[in-house]
Design a protein around this ligand. Structure first.
Ligand SMILES: Cc1cc2nc3c(=O)[nH]c(=O)nc-3n(C[C@H](O)[C@H](O)[C@H](O)COP(=O)(O)OP(=O)(O)OC[C@H]3O[C@@H](n4cnc5c(N)ncnc54)[C@H](O)[C@@H]3O)c2cc1C
Length: 451
């Protein structure tokens, strides 16, 4: 990296590129260098001062190719950014350099036969809206649907609303193709199809700039929204599991929350009496009758129902699910942080119960039901009253020792977060498309040492 010019010389390298917006105003650069890393007190201390030297906002693929070529020629680090809603500092540049803002590449190129072909900077809500106009909808989306881009979701996300039916992004079939530009003096444009897409899926933008994607859609359903409350948490959780297992009731989301989490949902307070435990549900409007019956069988009460026609308007329960739960909790109590866990072998929810009791008062249980290898299982996004990094690690270790899989949200290192193993395919692809190790430097642990 010795011949890497220092800012402001960068600017002169890129100023000849017609049409590329160059952002160098320090406050804007700071904003576009950061994401939602602050959900983790551990990441906050590590990342809060990291900044790009310059942000570039290209308008088209040709400009991206030119930027990649200049970065390779001058050994300038490059970090790709969608909407910057990632939680683990995925798009925070650790080594300065360029942040490449993808938001202007937002075209929805086609929606046909259940497949959407889109540019990487397209917002998820735009894809959902256009798909619905043609009788389709996204198979899954994060609770940040209103702001997040599809490229950021594929490179940095995992699943969300819809994962109850379709599993996670990494599951076979959920991504059909990706077009990627390499970071070389003469950048290559590579189209990945079939299982080859896994090379860039959830790779944090460490191995190529994704410019275009093909994603499968689902037939559109008229989703209604409902809240059911229960007097005790395990009944609420078992209701969620039973609803998820009910093959004749079509749900898009089952989001279960133990007291005191419902108290953080101030906009829903009229429907959430004090001390209640609740399930927030997106359900086919035609299935409300068996749903209501099941709530009754578990001794619960439906306190809120929004018909499908109105579900698109006003407040949506989506914005209280997944990591939006953490967002609401943290706006009441900034000491709160979270875990991400998979209860892979717990059909009776005994481990869920054990963890809730073991860490009572310190850990508040939030479950999202998802489909994993054909089974509906609870994925925990438990809230934790943060004390110290050591205590947080003890809680993680205890879960892992009991067979709960933890996708650690308190690390920015790709391999340490989810699978905890080297992904040899992703690493090999990185060596091919980023031979100088300039992309999102420091995020892929086993990447080649910078030349
Ligand atoms: C309140 C809240 C709720 C959330 N809920 C969910 C949820 O339900 N499910 C979920 O999975 N996530 C969730 N997230 C995390 C995040 O919002 C999503 O993963 C989102 O899809 C990221 O999209 P983005 O455009 O903001 O990506 P960014 O944060 O901008 O980027 C994410 C990663 O992708 C890389 N990247 C972005 N674009 C490209 C590209 N074109 N080419 C190569 N790499 C690229 C970046 O370098 C970075 O590593 C949540 C976050 C918050 C703050």
């Amino acid at each position: 990296m010795s011949d890497r010019p220092s800012y402001p010389n960068y600017q002169s390298l890129f100023s000849a590129l017609q049409g590329v917006e160059i952002i160098d105003q320090p406050q804007q650069v700071a904003r576009l260098s950061l994401d939602y890393y602050h959900f983790s007190p551990v990441l906050t201390s590590l990342l809060q001062d990291r900044r790009a030297d310059l942000v570039l906002r290209p308008q088209n693929v040709e400009q991206i190719i030119a930027i990649c070529s200049i970065c390779a020629q001058h050994q300038i680090p490059l970090t790709v950014r969608g909407a910057g809603t990632g939680n683990y500092g995925q798009c925070i540049p650790l080594a300065g350099g360029i942040v490449l803002d993808m938001t202007q590449l937002s075209a929805i190129k086609s929606i046909s036969n259940g497949i959407a072909r889109v540019e990487a900077g397209a917002k998820l809500w735009q894809i959902e809206k256009q798909a619905r106009e043609q009788g389709w909808e996204l198979r899954m989306f994060p609770s940040t649907i209103k702001t997040a881009t599809i490229g950021g979701f594929i490179a940095g996300g995992s699943g969300g609303i819809g994962s109850l039916r379709y599993g996670q992004l990494r599951d076979r079939g959920n991504l059909r193709s990706a077009t990627v530009i390499s970071l070389e003096v003469e950048p290559q444009t590579i189209e990945l199809r079939g299982s080859a897409v896994q090379q860039i899926n959830h790779a944090y933008g460490t191995n190529g700039v994704i410019t275009e994607l093909e994603i499968p859609l689902a037939p559109a359903v008229d989703w209604a929204e409902a809240i059911a409350i229960f007097p005790d948490f395990m009944t609420c959780a078992r209701f969620g599991q039973t609803l998820g297992n009910s093959d004749g009731i079509l749900c898009r989301m089952i989001s279960v929350h133990s007291h005191p989490i419902p108290q953080y949902f101030t906009a829903l307070k009229n429907h959430l009496p004090h001390s209640c435990h609740c399930a927030l549900v997106l359900i086919a409007a035609s299935d409300l009758e068996p749903f209501t019956e099941l709530v009754g069988e578990f001794g619960g009460t439906v306190t809120y129902q929004k018909p499908a026609l109105e579900a698109q308007k006003g407040i949506s329960l989506v914005e209280f699910s997944w990591n939006h739960t953490t967002l609401h909790a943290r706006s009441s109590d900034p000491q709160i942080t979270y875990l991400q866990s998979l209860f892979v072998n717990d059909p009776q929810l005994s481990l869920v119960q054990h963890m809730a009791e073991k860490f009572s008062g310190e850990l508040f249980t939030h479950l999202e039901f998802i489909r994993m290898q054909g089974q509906v299982i609870p994925a925990g996004i438990q809230l934790v009253k943060y004390r110290t990094a050591q205590r947080l690690q003890e809680i993680i270790d205890y879960h892992e020792a009991h067979g709960v899989l933890i996708a650690n949200p308190h690390t920015y290192i790709l391999e340490d977060g989810g699978m905890k193993t080297i992904n040899h395919e992703q690493l090999a692809f990185k060596r091919r498309v980023d031979p100088h190790n300039l992309m999102n430097v420091g995020k892929m642990k086993f990447a080649a040492t910078p030349s």
